[in-house]
Write a protein that binds this ligand. Structure first.
Ligand SMILES: Cc1cc2nc3c(=O)[nH]c(=O)nc-3n(C[C@H](O)[C@H](O)[C@H](O)COP(=O)(O)OP(=O)(O)OC[C@H]3O[C@@H](n4cnc5c(N)ncnc54)[C@H](O)[C@@H]3O)c2cc1C
Length: 416
């Protein structure tokens, strides 16, 4: 039986746990902490971030880019600016670099492995052991110490930091065991749902598989506005994807799990894509009439192919129910329908196995259970919760890792 006696046991060796352990080492010195990790190695999800490049933060980070428990969002983000994130990583030897034409920030190496390597190097510097393959069988408390047990190991710790992440992306080893361990200690979480993932739709356009287009995407509930995004939409044979779709997917999955979004109930969601948002219907009708003359002897499905991908032009004709053979045969009435379809190409989201492709989870542990100023449990003294376990998620763009690191450092700062 292996025994360890430490000031801090960090449960979960992902982005939050690794950052917390390194910060603990800096604050409390060598050997102050251990990391307890259920998988055979730490940082698997971190390695997959940003397609292996790790979009580590965002230079325009602010509270508005997050959904979830406002008290926790405000406390973590107001206490952890982009500069704070930069400082933390510069201390680890990493230079951060902003991507041109966006506020996204990556490690200078453009490799997630660099981020994992420097965090693990920090663990070595501070003699912080990673106890991998640790299957927690119980967490108990005796004489003001936590005792965390597996079949062959016991860790005695004055403080616990829970950083077990969410169940998004199970192929990277994610599951809900962290929430379940906390439930056993009487710490409840709000309803969970997958977020930042593609949206499966009822309408299938095989022809659109692999097509990309820029546009404005509006999510409607029973015809009422919920949210909108602008960006590149990627079409597949099962639905729609792309960053703007990822940013709407949390609302959609929340609806499928609970029938509500926030506190509002809906019966049906639709997604309307405006493929030419700079132009109004009147302009588009005039433009399409012009194309009817220019391309008069071409197939009608190509009428928009001078401005949109050919396959998209063809799918829109099907959507607008245009049966004319050649462009010259398209009537004025049909032109109105084409213009409308271009600005309201509508999809109906359907339920799918969203966790499989989700980057994060909505829902989690909220401020009813933890003090947002310290991230310490209101019920169990010296038990802290950080990272994605919390009821917070951000848009695509480095906001999630930024929050994760900010919450980890907040918990360590709160420990005396
Ligand atoms: C494919 C993908 C790409 C992403 N890209 C980005 C990006 O570029 N930028 C960005 O900001 N965000 C990105 N994210 C989101 C980001 O990865 C997460 O927000 C972040 O990893 C959360 O950190 P965490 O430490 O809370 O959880 P995790 O990183 O998931 O770490 C949790 C750790 O705890 C361990 N664990 C779980 N349960 C137990 C248990 N019972 N006992 C012991 N250990 C346990 C897990 O094995 C894991 O190692 C991406 C996510 C995915 C899936």
């Amino acid at each position: 039986m292996i025994n360890r006696n430490v000031k801090i046991a960090v449960i979960g060796g992902g982005a939050a746990g690794l950052a917390a352990a390194v910060a603990a080492g800096k604050k409390f010195g060598k050997g102050c902490a251990v990391i307890i990790e259920k998988q055979t190695r730490t940082g698997r999800k971190l390695l997959a971030t940003g397609n292996g490049r790790c979009n580590i933060s965002n230079q325009a980070v602010s509270e508005i880019h997050y959904r979830g428990d406002r008290a926790i969002i405000n406390s973590v983000i107001s206490g952890f600016s982009f500069q704070d994130c930069k400082n933390f990583f510069e201390e680890q030897g990493i230079i951060l670099r902003k991507e041109p034409e966006s506020w996204r920030v990556y490690p200078y190496s453009n490799q997630a492995s660099t981020v994992l390597d420097v965090l693990r190097s920090g663990l070595k510097r501070y003699d912080i052991e990673e106890l991998c393959g640790f299957n927690i069988t119980s967490i108990t408390r005796k004489n003001n110490q936590f005792i965390i047990c597996s079949d062959d190991c016991m860790v005695f710790a004055d403080h616990i930091i829970f950083a077990t992440g969410s169940k998004a992306s199970p192929s990277l080893g994610a599951d809900d065991s962290g929430y379940r361990l906390l439930e056993k200690s009487g710490i409840a979480h709000s309803a969970l749902y997958a977020a930042l993932c593609p949206i499966a739709t009822k309408e299938k356009y095989k022809i659109l598989k692999g097509v990309r287009a820029k546009g404005k995407v509006t999510l409607l509930g029973d015809g009422r506005f919920i949210s909108e995004e602008y960006g590149e939409i990627q079409f597949s044979d099962s639905g729609i994807s792309g960053i703007c779709i990822f940013n709407l997917s949390g609302f959609v999955n929340e609806f499928f799990e609970y029938g509500t979004i926030g506190s509002k109930e809906y019966d049906e969601l639709t997604i309307s894509v405006d493929l030419m948002q700079e132009y109004d219907d009147h302009f588009l009708c005039q433009y399409i009439k012009k194309c009817r003359n220019i391309f008069k002897d071409e197939k009608s499905e190509l009428i928009l192919s001078a401005v949109l991908n050919k396959k998209l032009s063809s799918a829109l004709m099907r959507y607008a129910k245009i049966h004319a053979d050649l462009c010259r045969d398209i009537s004025d009435k049909e032109i109105k329908r084409i213009a409308y379809a271009t600005k309201h190409f509508t999809f109906t989201p359907i339920r799918s196995d969203a966790y499989g492709s989700a980057q994060v989870c909505g829902g989690g542990i909220g401020s009813k259970e933890i003090d947002p100023d310290t991230l310490m449990s209101r019920k169990i003294k010296n038990l802290y919760i950080c990272g994605e376990l919390l009821d917070v998620y951000g848009e695509c763009g480095g906001y999630n890792l930024h929050f994760t690191f900010g919450s980890a450092l907040k918990a360590i700062n709160a420990i005396k």
